[in-house]
Design a protein around this ligand. Structure first.
Ligand code: NOJ
Length: 515
């Protein structure tokens, strides 16, 4: 039996911004529950929620103060149970975020660790040096500035890959491994179907890297993404998490595996005992050209081979939304076809199906933290409230939303797009439905078909062949290939048969059932 997550389309929801039921301007779990019909109509198989845990929200929930609770801003454990239930009744799975690399500095573990170096939590975090001696080999944090902060209470420095309020956990300490495994198991027992594991490459802090300040590659934690695939510690962590998932059966671990070389992705699968779906950032990073996409897909296919399942996405909560890279609305339709027809599990970010963009957010309204060196990450624009209707406020909340909805969003609201057969939302729904109905698209092999300025590929199942042709160029392309029935096109009439050749209009894409 093919595992469910290979067939799945995953829908990423930023809980703060999906829908607010409590009326405080911040999205919450009951808000998501109120929109499960929308999620079902979209046709997705799983929902991934960004962190919902109790948190001081210095990094919007990625600073976790309790790994097994729900922040009151988002609701209660009962709300989470109700959401799991409602989704499961619709055969939709729930994936939570899991943040193994760090906790909040308000986590009771850290508070105990800073108080008593010799106490039971003394080694839960990565402590070095003393008041008089900073740790050797200063490391730069991923969020800028030094990754070491002096804790006045303990009189030692602690490591933080991100903000100073996000101390890194010490995975060399067996009690940390056990406690984090138990946190994960708690959610599995509640019916959660998987996790998206945060900041996987940051886990690669093997002692030798930390303590040998002379290693040039260890000078900047951002560089750990080069060394992570070779880190024995990181692999141990992933294996320990996967072991928990496997005891529950049928659960999935997706991972935030941001690496510079596609070839490095293979390492995160371990020997089939680490992540099932390490995220491939390369498609998101690629220019919208056939040549760039071809390179990404070719490299991915050859790095992973048939045994490892790819995981693609184009947007998430950390990067400007697609229109920043793909400014043409027709191209947004083309990339939707690409994402949903490649071999692998695609992730769609809430609002991507509406064509939302990342508007500039004035500095005084920004909620995203500022790095120690003054760096503004500017991620608020990718985290705007979802426009459900075109009424003022967009139907997101009865109160002023935590970020003001740009007026232009209302024209892209769900209610507006649902009235139109030619909307981007309608295209996403049609694509996801088509994908579901065709084994070649969900689990078939991938074979590239030479097509010059366009990208054409075939997906092959034992009794089914599907051709996909995507043309990001402004000019039409001629693609030689077998005839068949056109199943979907980004616009009616963009694909036509001319003898033995397909003619595909510029900035368009189509899917054909080839006999
Ligand atoms: C990656 C998350 O996606 C990002 O939002 C967060 O700031 C960092 N990890 C730190 O947890």
């Amino acid at each position: 039996m093919t595992p469910w997550w290979k067939h799945a389309v995953i829908y990423q929801i930023y809980p703060r911004s999906f829908a607010d039921a409590s009326g405080d301007g911040v999205g919450d779990l009951p808000g998501i529950l109120a929109h499960v019909d929308y999620i079902e109509r979209l046709g997705v198989d799983a929902v991934w929620l960004n962190p919902i845990y109790p948190s001081p929200m210095r990094d919007m929930g990625y600073d976790v103060a309790d790994f097994t609770g729900v922040d009151p801003r988002f609701g209660t454990l009962e709300d989470l149970d109700a959401l799991v239930d409602a989704l499961h009744r619709r055969h939709i799975r729930l994936i939570l975020d899991f943040v193994p690399n760090h906790s909040s500095d308000r986590h009771p573990w850290f508070e105990a660790s800073r108080r008593e170096s010799g106490g039971p939590m003394g080694r839960h975090y990565i402590w070095r040096g003393s008041r008089a001696h900073a740790p050797s080999g200063d490391l730069t944090s991923i969020f800028g500035g030094s990754a070491w902060s002096l804790d006045p209470e303990r009189g030692q420095y602690y490591l933080h890959s991100f903000l100073a309020e996000q101390p890194d956990l010490n995975w060399e300490e067996p009690e940390v491994v056990r406690a984090m495994q138990e946190a994960m198991a708690t959610w599995f027992r509640r019916g959660v179907d998987g996790f998206r594991v945060d900041a996987v490459t940051a886990l690669a802090k093997d002692t030798y890297l930390l303590d040998d300040g002379t290693r040039p590659e260890a000078a900047d934690l951002r560089e750990f993404l080069h060394t992570a695939p070779r880190s024995p510690l990181m692999h141990r962590v992933l294996r320990s998490l996967r072991a928990v998932a496997d005891t529950f059966g049928d659960r999935v671990l997706v991972g935030e595996t941001w690496v510079n070389r596609i070839a490095d992705l293979a390492a995160f699968y371990g020997d089939g005992d680490e992540l099932q779906l390490p995220m491939n950032f390369a498609l998101m990073e690629a220019e919208p050209t056939a040549a760039a996409w071809r390179t990404v897909v070719d490299e991915t296919e050859s790095a992973l081979g048939e045994g490892r399942w790819p995981c693609y996405f184009l947007e998430n909560h950390d990067i400007p939304r697609l229109p920043a890279r793909v400014p043409d609305p027709e191209l947004l339709r083309v990339v939707a076809v690409l994402l949903l027809t490649l071999r692998g599990t695609p992730i769609v970010y809430y609002g991507q199906e509406l064509g939302l963009w990342s508007p500039p957010v004035p500095p005084e309204a920004q909620q995203d933290p500022v790095g120690r060196d003054g760096t503004r990450f500017g991620r608020d624009g990718a985290r705007m409230p979802m426009p459900w209707t075109d009424a003022p406020g967009g139907g997101f909340s009865g109160a002023a939303p935590w970020l003001e909805i740009p007026p232009g969003y209302l024209r892209h609201a769900v209610s507006v797009q649902e009235r139109r057969d030619d909307s981007l939302l309608a295209l996403y729904r049609a694509l996801i439905a088509l994908r579901r109905s065709r084994p070649s698209l969900t689990e078939g092999a991938y074979r590239e078909v030479a097509a010059g300025g366009a990208l054409a590929y075939e997906r092959l199942a034992p009794r089914e062949r599907t051709w996909v042709m995507v043309n990001p160029e402004a000019r039409p392309m001629r693609i030689p290939g077998p005839g068949g029935e056109i199943l979907l096109a980004t616009r009616p009439g963009v694909l036509a048969r001319d003898g033995e050749i397909w003619r595909l209009e510029g900035r368009s894409a189509a899917i054909v059932d080839v006999r």
